[in-house]
Design a protein around this ligand. Sequence first.
Ligand code: BTN
Length: 255
Amino acid sequence: MQNNTFSGLFIGRNLITLKEVDSTNTFLKNALSKSTPLFDGTVIMADMQLAGRGQSRNSWLSEAGKNLTFSILLNPAFLRIDRQFDLNIAVSLAINDFLNTYTSGKAFIKWPNDSYILGKKIGGLLIENIVHGNTIKHAIIGIGLNVNQEKFPAELRNVTSLKQALHQDYNLVNLLGEICSKIEARYLQLKAGNADHLRDEYLSQLYLKDEWAFFKFDGQIQSGKIRGITTIGQLILETEDGLRHFNNKEIEFVN
Ligand code: BTN
């Protein structure tokens, strides 16, 4: 399907909109497993996900028709699996580029997958890769972004939306077009070999970087200061015992 809302070269040129689906990531994964031919840059957008998935087997809850829940198919055959976090960096930066146009540069990336404005979570990213040899054959980039939702269930603490922050309603397809063009620009920078530059920008936009804060690790709440990210995407934290590296499940932020 061709459409005109998307100004980029390929991401979103093929847009499939679904009223209801279990999860847009699962939809793309199933289509690929059945060898359904899909263009690089295909976007699946859903009004409502019945089983939206988040990081660490969490669910992703989103009020029907109010927010952006979508997945992008990319075929980054140029990306080695040991550098897969570079794709997370490129997409996280693109989401921040988009949010910064609405929040005057006040958006942050919370490692490893969250987008933050005003100290609250506004979006999340779930990238699922299908590998071939030691490169990535397909990457399914799932993004949930709270847009027009005003009230959130009590179990979702510390979340916000564009509407809560900026008191306006937004057209979801227009926003999707804007995000897709930001993602395409960052993805093309990655493909052109600018991973080091993207990493530097990512670090400059990282939530709580170089600030003492509380984290939970080794079963205890302890203070630490985020110093960076390793090439495989581990968090580098300065602790009282020196610099340590953490995988996603080994550490929690304590608000
Ligand atoms: C997280 O913050 O834990 C990541 C959330 C990712 C949610 C998006 S919504 C579209 C896509 N489909 C899914 O099932 N999950 C991602």
